[in-house]
Ligand binder design. Structure first.
Ligand code: ZN
Length: 469
């Protein structure tokens, strides 16, 4: 399912740049007389901005603005995904990548079939003083796809959902549609034969920022684990209902955007609740936000309240940064009131439970204080706080794209699937603080909050905007 209009704009852009190139230097043919190497983004989630072809083996690429909108902030660039055809397999291809939005070094991924992906190695990717990435590689086949990170498109989601749709513990529904009329899936995982009245409800949504892909693998891992049909997972599904929106900003994903819808909206900061009656959103809230909001209200009206709300993202950062969390407020000793301190405590407890299952050394340490700026903004957590205070443990999980704790390796999709399993077990144990399992883990807990933050200048409360805007 392709966003044809959007692709046409991209095709037009790339074609016009190629035309300029062809007019200026003429059509290059390699020594075998094959057709000139060419770059395309004519596929789902494809994206690149300016393309300058120096030769058949050297390309200068610049990242695109979402929707080719130059008004968007300069750091709203991250995602790129291209295919190159007719590459020489006898020579090294050089690709320069500029206009990257974020200055950090990373290893992109490549594929010869747009399906099976590999990371480039560290001796194939360099960063120059202008913060451009330079890839140098002799490819094995003349057609290659290259992307910022392992792609996970809307079609990938649909393929995945097909593999689990017959499972008796899952229901795949549609919460509503996007502005371009694509379905927004709402997955329910639970033991449908156990009474809902005895269950806790867990809400989870991902891909509000379309190119933040890691959470898609996390969600697959969480669901796959819950469906393993063991005594352990049966017990979890008797006690919990998981309501999961795996891909919120479907339009943005299909269009190959990094941060916005095709209407340039950053859904993450547009949960515009009515100040007088915050359970309602105002008409300014984009359709995709209203779809989630409506689904949440319906779930609450027809069954158990929501107890945990997870908002899944991926942060551009230095390669060594591990997944981290946006916990809010702090202790009463720091001046927060009882409810604020209670939410803070619940959030830290939840982070501790993830650390228990995923490894304390696999997460950035939580800060000493989370700050309260979120309460005056329009994040999903702002809406949760104004309506449910500490009754809903709402928190953003930021995964990262780099080594993410696996140094010297770089994080792989299966690593985030493992984290998904850890999140499922963390949710179980969050409600089981008095069990011997949790008490023994707490006793031996690594004091990870006392270690020095590796991300201090950008970690809340030091960054008033929490990097979300
Ligand atoms: Zn994000």
């Amino acid at each position: 399912m392709l966003n044809i209009q959007r692709f046409h704009i991209k095709i037009a852009l790339v074609c016009s740049l190629f035309l300029i190139f062809i007019i200026s230097i003429g059509c290059i043919e390699n020594s075998e007389g094959n057709t000139t190497a060419s770059i395309s983004i004519n596929f789902e989630s494809g994206s690149i901005g300016q393309v300058h072809q120096i030769s058949d083996t050297e390309f200068k690429l610049a990242l695109a603005d979402d929707n080719d909108n130059p008004e968007l902030p300069s750091h709203w660039r991250n995602w790129w995904y291209v295919s190159i055809k007719n590459l020489s397999v006898d020579q090294v291809t050089i690709i320069h990548l500029s206009n990257r939005g974020w200055p950090y070094y990373y290893l992109p991924v490549y594929s010869y079939d747009n399906k099976n992906w590999n990371r480039f190695s560290e001796n194939e990717v360099f960063k120059n003083p202008e913060n451009e990435l330079i890839i140098e590689k002799q490819f094995e086949f003349p057609t290659v796809w290259i992307a910022r990170f392992y792609p996970y498109t809307y079609s990938d989601l649909q393929s995945y959902l097909q593999t689990i749709s017959d499972n008796p513990f899952i229901d795949i529904g549609i919460a509503g549609t996007t502005q371009e009329d694509y379905p927004i899936h709402l997955i329910t995982v639970t033991d449908f034969d156990s009474p809902d009245s005895e269950k806790k409800r867990i809400w989870m949504h991902a891909r509000s920022h379309p190119a933040e892909i890691c959470p898609s693998f996390l969600i697959e891992g969480l669901i796959n684990y819950l469906l393993t049909d063991t005594q352990k997972t049966q017990n979890i599904l008797k006690k919990f209902i998981f309501n999961i929106v795996p891909m919120h900003n479907v339009d943005g994903v299909i269009a190959g955007n990094y941060r916005t819808t095709t209407q340039n909206e950053n859904l993450e900061v547009m949960w515009f609740f009515d100040i007088e009656d915050p359970v309602f959103l105002t008409d300014e809230a984009p359709k995709e936000v209203r779809v989630l909001h409506q689904a949440i209200l319906e779930l609450i009206q027809t069954g158990p309240p929501i107890d945990i709300a997870l908002n899944l993202h991926a942060s551009n950062s230095e390669p060594g940064i591990k997944p981290f969390f946006y916990a809010h407020f702090g202790t009463q000793a720091l001046g927060y009131n009882e409810q604020e301190a209670s939410l803070w405590k619940k959030q830290l407890q939840f982070i501790d439970r993830i650390a228990m299952h995923y490894g304390a050394d696999m997460l950035e340490p939580a800060p000493d204080e989370g700050g309260d700026s979120f309460a005056t903004k329009f994040y999903p957590e702002s809406w949760w706080w104004h309506n449910f205070q500490d009754q809903v443990m709402a928190i953003t999980i930021e995964t990262t794209y780099g080594q993410a704790g696996y140094s010297p390796s770089w994080v792989e999709p299966d690593d985030y699937r493992e984290m998904g399993k850890a999140v499922a077990l963390a949710i179980r144990d969050y409600y089981d603080e008095d069990s011997p399992r949790v008490r023994s883990a707490t006793k031996h807990k690594i004091e990870h909050r006392k270690t020095k933050l590796k991300y201090p200048e950008l970690y809340p409360p030091h960054d008033p905007n929490e990097l979300k805007e």
